[in-house]
Design a binder for this molecule. Structure first.
Ligand code: ATP
Length: 376
């Protein structure tokens, strides 16, 4: 097993600076996600760890060993790509066996794996076959071993790609958006399977995704990558509750963040349209802040206890819950949860929202950095 450390890693492609001095520590045995929008540099970072790209500057250490002089095959790291990269002309068994055959057999000895028999290599080939069968049993694909990739579903291909990576017993496992080709239901199922593989084999996982829900559900730690930089690296709950900036807060969370620019009165209260909402301490002499709150942290209240008035646009039905979509006085769109027992307002109704003050996020109006405040 191995921790992975990146020290000041930068990557330039011609004019494009894809990574800017990335420092990152992936703890040994953790499930670690690189989360960020398209083009932020996630895949480049993963390829640099794997040795498929060389950094322009900086150092990568795997298991405390600097790896710049090690070829990809020498790093004992396995990588699963979005496209799975299975060999179409080989069976599932041959695809999974290939990394072991490349490592243990000479060119001539590899022929048995491709259908011919060579007596001298029978012992080694039988060993490889036993290992392939063991991995296939773990991933429940034993019944598919004789098929070719074209005869498999997306989820089955994904399992074969994972099997081919696992059979090498790598010290770390790198996955680049491995679930993005699957439909929503299968994606949730494969998520569970990958977490199970991680739990069972205990190796370090580095998982690239642009799907925040996936990263939140699976990871021990998440590095949010924005514009080639690590914007924040934290456990999922910390990222959700204490995002470093407004941009990170908008990116992390199941539904979109409500954002309002709010003036503070000279005596430090939230100015209209808020009322009855205690102001936190720690805002200094600011006159304006950005208030962010998640729909799940705001509820439909009443005129007596509500903090903020809004006008109903529509109600979204989500099965287990309903969301109110409303307009604030200043025109911003707001979302809030409608309690199960409350009747649904209709378009045009004026409603009051109640915020959970301790869960509201406050940001500097200029820098958009989150303000450390004593909760309201
Ligand atoms: P996606 O989620 O869309 O795959 P990503 O976050 O993985 O995006 P990268 O593939 O790492 O992003 O790309 C980061 C930046 O580097 C992008 O601007 C991309 O265009 C650029 N880039 C990546 N590979 C190369 C390359 N081989 N040559 C030139 N530019 C590249």
């Amino acid at each position: 097993m191995a921790s992975i450390e990146l020290d000041g890693v930068s990557k330039r492609f011609g004019e494009t600076l894809a990574l800017h001095g990335v420092d990152l520590t992936v703890p040994d045995g953790s499930f670690f996600s690189l989360l960020g929008p398209s083009g932020c540099g996630k895949s480049t970072l993963l390829k640099i760890i794997a040795g498929l790209e060389a950094p322009t500057a900086g150092q990568v250490r795997i298991g405390e060993v600097a790896v710049e002089d090690l070829r990809p095959a020498e790093r004992n790291i396995a990588m699963v790509f979005q496209s799975y990269a299975l060999y179409p002309h080989l069976t599932v068994a041959q695809n999974i066996a290939l990394p072991l055959a490349m490592r243990r057999l000479s060119r001539l000895e590899r022929l048995p794996l491709l259908g011919k028999t060579l007596p001298a290599a029978r012992g080694k080939a039988a060993g490889i076959q036993a290992e392939v069968e063991a991995v296939a049993r773990t991933l429940e694909i034993s019944h598919l071993l004789a098929r070719r990739p074209a005869q498999l579903s997306g989820g089955q291909k994904q399992r074969v790609a994972v099997g081919r990576a696992l059979v090498r017993r790598p010290t770390a496992f790198l996955l680049d958006e491995p679930l993005s080709n699957l439909d929503a239901q299968l994606r949730v199922q494969m998520r569970e399977e990958l977490i199970e593989v991680h739990r069972r084999f205990g190796m370090t996982f580095v998982y690239v995704t642009h799907d925040q829900a996936e990263a939140m559900a699976m990871s021990d730690r998440i590095a949010v990558i924005l514009d080639g930089r690590v914007a924040q690296c934290a456990a999922p709950q910390e990222l959700y509750e204490r995002p470093a900036t407004l941009e990170i807060a908008r990116f992390v969370g199941a539904s979109s963040l409500n954002v309002l620019s709010v003036d503070l009165t000279p005596d430090g209260q939230l100015a209209s349209p808020f009322r009855n909402l205690a102001v936190p301490s720690g805002l200094g002499s600011r006159r304006r802040v950005v208030l962010g709150f998640r729909p799940e942290d705001a509820q439909l209240g009443d005129a007596g206890t509500g903090h903020l008035q809004a006008r109903t646009r529509r109600v979204e039905y989500h099965g287990g819950s309903r969301h109110l979509i409303a307009s604030a006085g200043s025109g911003e769109t707001l979302r809030a949860v409608i309690p199960p027992e409350a009747p649904s307002p209709t378009a045009g109704d004026v409603v009051w929202l109640r915020l959970q003050p301790a869960l509201a996020l406050l940001f500097d109006a200029d820098t958009e950095a989150r303000l450390e405040v004593v909760p309201m």
